[in-house]
Design a protein around this ligand. Structure first.
Ligand SMILES: *[C@@H]1O[C@H](CO)[C@@H](O)[C@H](O)[C@H]1NC(C)=O
Ligand SMILES: *[C@@H]1O[C@H](CO)[C@@H](O)[C@H](O)[C@H]1NC(C)=O
Length: 425
């Protein structure tokens, strides 16, 4: 029976060839993967032709990171340095850390893994970790704010936040880098007017009237005197941290805030559909109720009373179970299940028709179809959960009247969105 035996041989050879090919492919993948991660091409010293750089380390939730980016953009512009822009972190990310630990933390959070490349290959998407869920994902800021590039402030986006990698990218040696070593979350603040006019005794009262203690006062001139090609800061968080006393500085900050409104066609499309159901742009009322953090829970009851009062005043016409009155109401919140939350119960008792993002769940899956999904690192099977706070803010930002939570940076950002969106419509 030679015929079947030939077939067996033939099949055997095909099988062996397949195994060999697969092994080579896997090996090749592995090699390109690790090359991408670990080997920096040996580069000749780059002549930056006078271009200098400013870098910083992000931390804390997205609204705080956006405040950090705003401060860093102002500083880069004041110092005429190209800003090294880290990615935006969605989901859970740690807060400020002492003793330079933030460098290490950021490096670990953003270091590319060989399997990330494989996940972009649709056929391999079922592969191990590509299916796992992570607590955070990074995207380039341009994904959230597409007009950031129009600011005219030179920027270079990085995905892997690593001092070593930055040194290699810019071909800088250690003595060409000025590193700021923070000793506290609020180590320094920058005064943007001439030295002699800067506050001397109590540099802790700021334009918003709030007091905050920074350890040191810096002046633009001090920073300009630093000649090194790279100034690497650590934390830059704080609402009044980078002064805007000069008129052109205040104008620049307004421009930056405008550019840092959410702009992304896919996110806008989903938002627009929700807004349509709420009666249209600037045709509904909104409040933001922050739950997640203990810091916000204690005064919550009082805030909610104030917010109900605000809604009653802003509302015209009587409310009942099918209508809030003339305006619909949208509640932006991080409450896990808003309608079952005892804290939120007074809102829904008074305004049973008030809406939350969960009421528009069926509109969210279209976020997954965007090509932007491939920008998420680590790769995600689903990006919807990460974008819920973004959409929530975008919807609330289109309200006619809005009342947030006084100590939440997320609320502050919705107020900024509101003014930008009103201007642009
Ligand atoms: C800003 O830096 C660039 C180099 O990146 C230089 O060409 C330019 O002259 C500088 N501008 C000022 C006002 O110093
Ligand atoms: C609720 O209010 C709307 C508008 O004010 C009105 O058209 C509707 O009849 C009211 N429904 C009830 C049950 O009172």
């Amino acid at each position: 029976m030679s015929y079947p035996s030939n077939t067996v041989h033939y099949l055997l050879m095909v099988a062996i060839a397949t195994i060999v090919l697969c092994t080579i492919t896997a090996f090749h993948w592995n090699v390109t993967g690790s090359t991408y991660v670990y080997n920096y091409a040996p580069a000749k010293k780059i002549d930056h032709q006078g271009e200098k750089f400013l870098a910083y380390l992000p931390h804390s939730g997205l609204s705080n990171q956006r405040n950090e980016l705003e401060n860093a953009l102002l500083l880069a512009s004041y110092l005429n340095r190209t800003l090294i822009v880290p990615p935006a972190f969605l989901g859970h990310i740690g807060g400020w850390q002492s003793n330079d630990h933030l460098f290490e933390y950021m490096d670990i959070m953003t270091r590319p893994r060989p399997w990330w490349n494989r996940c972009k290959d649709k056929l391999a998407l079922a592969d191990g970790p590509c299916h796992s869920k992570s607590r955070y994902a990074t995207v380039p800021w341009e994904y959230l704010h597409s007009s950031i590039g129009e600011l005219g402030i030179p920027m270079r986006s990085i995905r892997h936040v690593s001092l070593d990698k930055l040194k290699a990218m810019l071909t800088l040696s250690d003595d060409e880098i000025h590193i700021q070593h923070d000793t506290s979350l609020y180590t320094w603040f920058l005064c943007d007017i001439p030295h002699e006019e800067c506050p001397t005794l109590d540099p802790t009262v700021f334009e918003t009237g709030r007091r905050r203690t920074y350890d040191e006062q810096w002046n633009i001139e001090d920073l300009r005197a630093i000649e090194k090609p790279l100034i690497h800061l650590q934390g830059v968080f704080g609402t009044d941290r980078v002064g805007v006393h000069q008129k052109q500085h205040l104008e620049l900050r307004n421009k930056i805030r405008e550019a840092l409104a959410y702009r992304n066609p896919t996110l806008e499309e989903v938002t627009d559909k929700i807004i349509e159901q709420l009666g249209g742009k600037h045709q509904f009322l909104s409040i933001h109720v922050r739950m997640g953090n203990r810091q916000f829970l204690k005064p919550l009851h009082k805030h909610i009373e104030e917010q109900i009062e605000f809604l009653e005043k802003a509302q015209r016409g009587p409310g009942n179970s099918t209508s809030c009155g003339d305006f619909q109401i949208y509640v932006a919140t991080d409450a896990h299940d808003p309608r079952k939350s005892p804290e939120l119960a007074p809102v829904f008792e008074r305004f049973p028709c008030a809406k939350v993002l969960g009421d528009y769940k069926d509109l969210l899956p279209s976020l997954e179809s965007d090509t932007g999904v491939t920008l998420f690192q680590p790769p995600q099977q689903s990006i919807v959960d990460f974008l819920i706070p973004v959409i929530d803010a975008m919807v609330a930002g289109h309200a006619k009247d809005f009342m947030g939570n006084p100590s939440s940076t997320y609320s502050t950002y919705i107020e900024q969105l509101q003014s930008v969106y009103k201007l642009s419509s």
